[in-house]
Design a protein around this ligand. Structure first.
Ligand SMILES: [Zn+2]
Length: 276
């Protein structure tokens, strides 16, 4: 498959390989014709997603599975992506895992593009059956997508906080009140927990104080950067928590310090001054 076709189809992940004859026709259970794009997904993983060990010949290939993803319609003909997906085995934790690609959503059996298309169609006055027929998927796929949206926007439950709460700040928009926004990730489930517009400490106090005491006592680890302000959160709102500095920020600080020393030494030598 050439690059222009990949771009047109939105399957530009370099880890996806397609043979010269990548298009096949087949019949579904009801006898309707469907087109199928065949490809292979494989790469050398950088680390194990289960135990985090860096792959220095620690992870080996472990067979493959065939996954079929509905891919919408092309000229009124339903399309599928049939991907031979690599499995891996980690010798450090003896677990297996499957190759992943930004094109697919690991939670569902459809591609992310098709999921977006379904969501877009759900905003119009249209029956679920019509959407399913137009996009060449089953009605239950459309219903599941609708349900997943509902799950994402449920009212926060003030009686639950995860055992490991990973927090950080990020720049979101220029117009918000605080300069930065706040993100919290559920470390137990490896899922986004919540995003708050304003990361200023008094706002965070206000927000987390709304949670019940038992929920706040449930937070055992507060994973964060070395921002001293957030340590106040641990002292006041989460009484049973331990602060854990995340690896990313430790490595970043080490790197910044090494760079600082390197530039200092460089400038000293450039000036011909070898003494401290
Ligand atoms: Zn592992």
């Amino acid at each position: 498959m050439d690059n222009d076709t990949k771009k047109l189809l939105g399957i530009t992940d370099p880890n996806l390989k397609f043979p010269d004859h990548w298009l096949k026709a087949k019949q579904d259970r009801k006898g309707h014709e469907r087109l199928e794009i065949e490809g292979t997904l494989t790469y050398s993983p950088a680390a194990c997603p289960n135990c985090g060990v860096i792959n220095i010949k620690t992870i080996t290939r472990h067979g493959s599975i065939i996954s079929i993803y509905p891919f919408g319609q092309f000229r009124s003909q339903p399309l599928d992506l049939k991907i031979k997906t690599q499995r891996f085995y980690c010798h450090a934790c003896h677990s297996t895992f499957t190759a992943s690609s930004p094109i697919f959503d690991p939670q569902t059996s459809i591609t992310k593009d098709l999921k977006h298309e379904i969501i877009l169609r759900l905003t119009r006055v249209e029956s679920i059956k019509d959407i399913a027929d137009d996009l060449g998927v089953s009605a239950s796929t459309v219903q599941r997508t609708l349900q997943s949206l509902a799950d994402e926007i449920t009212i926060p439950n003030h009686n639950y906080l995860p055992k490991a709460l990973c927090i950080n700040e990020f720049k979101s928009m220029r117009v918000i009140n605080g300069a930065m926004s706040f993100i919290a990730v559920d470390g137990d489930r490896h899922k986004l927990f919540e995003i708050l517009e304003d990361r200023r400490l008094y706002k965070l106090f206000e927000h987390y104080s709304a949670y019940s005491m038992s929920a706040r006592r449930h937070v055992k680890y507060l994973v964060m950067n070395m921002n001293a302000a957030y340590q106040q959160l641990a002292k006041t709102v989460f009484p049973c928590t331990k602060i854990v500095y995340d690896r990313f920020h430790i490595v970043k600080h080490l790197n910044d310090t090494m760079n600082h020393v390197r530039i200092h030494v460089y400038n000293r030598l450039r000036r011909g001054n070898t003494e401290e």
